[in-house]
Design a protein around this ligand. Structure first.
Ligand code: NDP
Ligand code: 8X3
Length: 252
């Protein structure tokens, strides 16, 4: 029997990469996407031997390319069992009155519209087969709003609402739709948010033990392994030191 197939967007680093490796160890064949081809080449080397791997390089903002690539997968890759909509980032952390339009476009276009473009290409196969698992990576920023989080929080609230909408609309097809909403996870996230400012990015994770990408991948493994009649619909996961989006017990 052929292995099941998982497609993970944003698998070139952080949560997406850890999830791809974890799913590969679980026996899934892996489709991994991202813009950085060199990182997908590195990922290929970290996968267990024997796992089939299809790296796909595209920007989730490119609606035509997303549709073309994912709509024309080779037949042996087209039956996707697990989709993880993970690609996304925060861009900037500014008050609304001085926010940057390019940052706003990036967050809405990647975190919200990119997720929709990918889903649009993959869901029809799942509805046809009447099976599938969709995991959308939201955020504590989709459950709360924090100072200067404005548009990033808006994008992740949209992910939360879209996840709930997907669950309702896909209910007749037996498709599981899961929202995982992490708090602070030490990845390249803050490096991107602060536009490569390593010092500023590092301070986000100092003085407490943040979550690691593998902690989220472990949850992915758990939810994917539930029996057919069980879905963990909505999961908020925080470091123990974090009680709310901006309330973190730090020992500095
Ligand atoms: P990383 O910056 O480590 O990873 C982000 C991933 O998204 C990369 O693989 C990147 O690939 C991909 N990506 C970003 N923009 C695009 C794009 N335009 N087209 C295609 N792929 C893109 O951060 P995380 O692993 O932390 O983030 C993963 C998800 O988790 C995001 O949705 C984020 O919002 C969410 N999250 C993160 C938290 C955290 O504290 N770290 C907490 C809560 C949620 P590439 O650059 O190669 O294109
Ligand atoms: C990422 C975590 O706290 O920056 O979604 O919103 S936070």
């Amino acid at each position: 029997m052929e292995n099941k197939i998982a497609l993970i967007t944003g698998a070139t680093s952080g949560i997406g990469k850890a999830s791809a490796i974890t799913l590969a160890k679980m026996g899934y064949d892996i489709i991994a996407t991202g813009r950085r081809k060199d990182r997908l080449d590195e990922l290929a080397k970290e996968l267990p031997a024997g796992v089939r791997f299809l790296p796909l390089v595209f920007d989730v903002r490119d609606r035509e390319k997303v549709g073309k690539i994912l709509g024309n997968l080779p037949s042996e890759w087209s039956s996707i069992d697990v989709l993880i909509n993970n690609a996304g980032n925060a861009h900037g952390l500014d008050p609304i009155q001085t926010g940057n339009l390019d940052d706003w476009d990036a967050m809405m276009d990647i975190n919200v519209k990119g997720l929709l473009y990918v889903s649009k290409a993959i869901i029809p196969g799942m509805t046809e087969r009447k099976s599938g698992i969709i995991i959308n990576i939201g955020s504590i920023a989709g459950k709360e709003v924090y100072p200067n989080g404005n548009v990033y929080c808006g994008s992740k609230h949209a992910v939360d609402a879209i996840t709930k909408g997907m669950r309702i609309d896909l209910n007749p097809f037996g498709i599981k739709v899961i929202g995982i909403h992490p708090g602070l996870v030490e990845t390249e996230f803050s490096l991107v948010r602060f536009k490569g400012d390593e010092k500023r990015a590092e301070t986000v994770y100092q003085g407490y033990e943040p979550l690691l990408a593998q902690d989220i991948a472990d949850i992915v493994e758990f939810v994917v392994n539930r029996p057919a009649h069980v879905v963990l619909a909505d999961i908020v996961v925080l470091p123990t030191a974090q009680a709310a989006a901006t309330l973190v017990k730090k020992n500095l």
